[in-house]
Ligand binder design. Structure first.
Ligand code: FAD
Length: 382
């Protein structure tokens, strides 16, 4: 599903609220949580601020889904959950050390035009109704650290998005877009319809809306290494791990974690006197361990990929050599094959979209095929 952000979030919210009558939406910000006892083993309530009014609600399970704000991490500061070096058992980390961060210095710009319904026919672009992405080029650290996505979103919104490591290009006119395209180092030339597209929007003078932004650093809060968390606190999505947005994995990751939570909740048997589920002790640890197993690998794979670019500022204590072998394999051997071999590209896509386990790319037959392809390419190019 490819939708613009301003449609996607309300759509999800509406689908949930229409489908489940026992879910209510409260407008406001969660500003604090309260424990049931002084040792913070369990949370009992949350405080929600709406305008000038703060209301406290009882809570059986608290899920931090506050995105990049990572509000949950701050709620526990200066509480017994915030363990210091001296009171953190071995095998765990002091609370302040749970949060890691590196700055990929990614910049992005989107240029949007509202076009007529028959626009794709006019510019000679092949029509594939299964995806709203018309053209995608991702960065290759061996060639060019910039990316392009051209997409026709809902309501005939034609979007040309650019991203890149430490990009400084200004994007204010169609001429700037043309220059950006002409300077890109690509595996294959851009399709002819791309230049028709620029000619058409320029000739018809469709007014562009352009917005640019710097993507904040990637962060990872390693809750699975926390010594003391309330048993009924968990965190999902960007509030735990924010990724490089270019591969577009953040929403899928959040969905996978929701599915993980669902499976764990289904296994809870404890109920109170009136039959309501009681989150058992150890639930939080169990969830964060499952989360590490299901989606935690993305922290390493994103770092391995991003560290190929010299402008990236690594996590404190890391250096750019992290993930070198993985980069060599993916960019040197796998990417050239993805472009030419349907089976390889399907497996790579399925693993990236969490539809297959990463072990799919470790089967001897797969590795042999990749090795053979790169050896052939080397022999014939020399
Ligand atoms: C430029 C860019 C492009 C991207 N493109 C893609 C893409 O193509 N595909 C993809 O899968 N992912 C993409 N992502 C990543 C994706 O947007 C995120 O991974 C995803 O939105 C995470 O969902 P979330 O629910 O965890 O957090 P969010 O979507 O950030 O939602 C968090 C919500 O919590 C609210 N909130 C914050 N604090 C509080 C509080 N204290 N109390 C109550 N509410 C609070 C916020 O207002 C927000 O509504 C992109 C990200 C960026 C920056």
């Amino acid at each position: 599903m490819a939708l613009s952000r301003d449609i996607y979030e309300p759509l999800l919210r509406r689908l949930v609220l229409c489908r489940f009558s026992n879910i209510k939406q409260i407008t406001g910000s969660v500003i604090a949580v309260q424990p049931t006892t002084d040792n913070w083993e369990r949370l009992g309530s949350v405080s929600v601020q709406s305008g000038d009014v703060t209301t406290t609600y009882g809570a059986a399970l608290v899920i931090d889904c506050s995105g990049r704000a990572s509000s949950g991490y701050r709620w526990f500061k200066d509480t017994p959950v915030d363990t210091k070096q001296s009171d953190t058992p071995s095998g765990y980390l002091p609370y302040a050390d749970l949060a890691l961060s590196y700055d990929h210095k990614l910049g992005s710009a989107t240029c949007e035009f509202i076009v007529p319904a028959n626009f794709l026919e006019t510019i000679g672009c092949p029509i594939d109704r299964s995806s709203s992405n018309l053209y995608v080029s991702i960065p290759d650290y061996k060639q060019d650290g910039r990316a392009i996505v051209i997409a026709l979103r809902e309501h005939n919104r034609l979007q040309i998005s650019f991203g890149g490591y430490d990009i400084r290009e200004k994007m204010t006119t169609v001429g700037d877009v043309r220059t950006f395209f002409s300077e890109m180092v690509l595996h294959e030339p851009l399709p002819e319809w791309v230049s028709n597209l620029l000619d058409e929007v320029e000739e018809k003078q469709y007014p562009p809306s352009i917005w640019t932004w710097r993507v904040p650093p990637s962060t990872y809060i390693q809750y699975h290494r926390a010594a003391k968390l309330p048993c009924n606190f968990i965190a999902i999505g960007d509030s735990v791990l924010t990724l490089n947005p270019v591969p577009g994995q953040g929403c899928t990751k959040a969905c996978i974690e929701a599915v993980t939570l669902n499976s764990l909740l289904k296994s809870v048997r404890e109920v109170d006197a009136i039959g309501n589920i009681v989150i058992p002790s150890g639930f939080s640890n169990k969830f964060f361990r499952s989360q590490l197993y299901r989606t935690g690998r993305l922290w390493d794979s994103n770092r391995a990929s991003d560290y190929g670019y010299e402008t990236v500022v690594p996590v404190k204590g890391d250096d750019h050599s992290f993930g070198k072998d993985q980069r060599e394999f993916i960019h040197g051997k796998l990417l050239p094959m993805i472009i030419t071999d349907d089976e390889t590209s399907t497996i790579f896509w399925a693993v990236s979209a969490f539809l297959e386990a990463p072990t799919e790319m470790m089967f001897p037959s797969f590795l042999f095929k990749v090795w053979w392809n790169s050896t052939k390419a080397r022999l014939f190019s020399s």
